[in-house]
Design a binder for this molecule. Structure first.
Ligand code: NAD
Ligand code: FES
Length: 281
């Protein structure tokens, strides 16, 4: 069993946990993810590795989206996970700087972007970060992103903090002021699609991290297939990061919508059964 050693609620429906998994922690690099199960009969879900500790713990951050994440949010320090497989995926190589990367994080996308922004910063890059959420209460990791960024720009849809509007609104002005070498965008699919629309016009190379549906996480089931540059790729073994200008977002959205609808129904049933203790925040 992989023991939960810390748990914290970062925002309504968003949780941070440390999991004791020394062998995963020893090999993890920025961009890697794990696949976990909450109990023997549970489904497998992928979560990005946010950081690791010297004690061999792995940090994960997740939003309650369906039954499995609701179950995980209801687990406590001391509980154990039967499956914690990783590190998985391709950890992208960051070339030595100088250079300027613009990191664009939407909502819980702040979690996977943090280790990547830190990696860029440690390799001598200037890191500019845009962090957006629906409202101030849903902004996460602001302090930790500020630590690794030369400048952090905040946007909220309702204007409760920073710029009122979407993260994409801030890109053109920043691109005029700064010599941006590349853009890394992580968040909901409509956001990543919108970022690539803006950066295509600005001729800025753009990487996105795709949260495709996954089952085994090792390239065997095909559940995570996406179309990139007209070729079928598996998010779990070829990604999760891809050239954003080559991704078929419409196809990805179609596949995810069906899954998310089923997840929502499962979560509603779970709440009705009275088992879900985790959504009070
Ligand atoms: P959200 O819907 O609250 O959006 C967060 C921010 O993204 C918004 O505040 C806005 O600035 C921007 N945004 C959203 N839609 C946009 C659009 N059409 N155009 C421009 N900007 C837009 O985000 P959330 O609730 O935190 O995210 C939920 C979704 O994100 C889930 O589907 C989850 O699976 C996904 N997600 C993806 C990743 C990943 O690795 N790509 C990581 C975590 C979560
Ligand atoms: Fe099965 Fe990627 S999750 S092939």
């Amino acid at each position: 069993m992989y023991k939960i050693t810390a748990k914290e609620q970062l925002a309504p429906g968003i949780f941070r946990m440390l999991i004791e998994a020394p062998r995963v922690a020893a090999k993890a690099r920025p961009g890697h993810f794990v696949v976990l199960r909450t109990h023997e009969a549970g489904e497998r879900i992928p979560l990005t590795i946010v950081s690791t500790t010297e004690a061999g713990e792995v940090e994960v951050i997740f939003q309650v989206m369906g039954k499995t994440t609701a179950y995980l949010a209801g687990m406590q320090v001391g509980d154990g996970l039967p499956t914690f497989l990783g590190p998985l995926g391709v950890a992208p190589e960051v070339p030595e700087g100088p250079g300027t990367v613009l990191c664009v994080a939407g909502g819980v996308g702040a979690a996977p972007i943090l280790p990547r922004a830190k990696d860029y910063s440690q390799r001598g890059w200037k890191v500019l970060t845009i962090l957006g959420a629906r409202n101030e209460d849903l902004l996460i990791l602001e302090d930790r992103l500020a630590e690794v960024s030369s400048a952090l720009y905040i946007s909220t849809d309702d204007g409760s903090k920073g710029h009122k509007g979407f993260v994409t609104d801030l890109i053109p002005e920043l691109a005029q002021k700064e010599e941006i070498s590349e853009v890394l965008a992580i968040g909901p699919v409509p956001m990543m699609a919108a970022v690539t629309k803006v950066t295509r016009k600005l001729a800025l190379p753009t990487t996105v991290s795709l949260n495709a549906l996954m089952v085994d996480g090792t390239g065997m089931c095909g559940a995570c297939r996406v179309s990139v540059g007209g070729e079928t790729k598996f998010t779990c073994v070829d990604g999760p990061e891809f050239d954003g200008h080559q991704v078929d977002f419409a196809q990805l959205r179609q596949r995810l919508v069906q899954y998310l609808e089923e997840e929502k129904l499962a979560l509603d049933r779970y709440k009705k059964e009275g088992e879900c203790q985790c959504l009070n925040g």
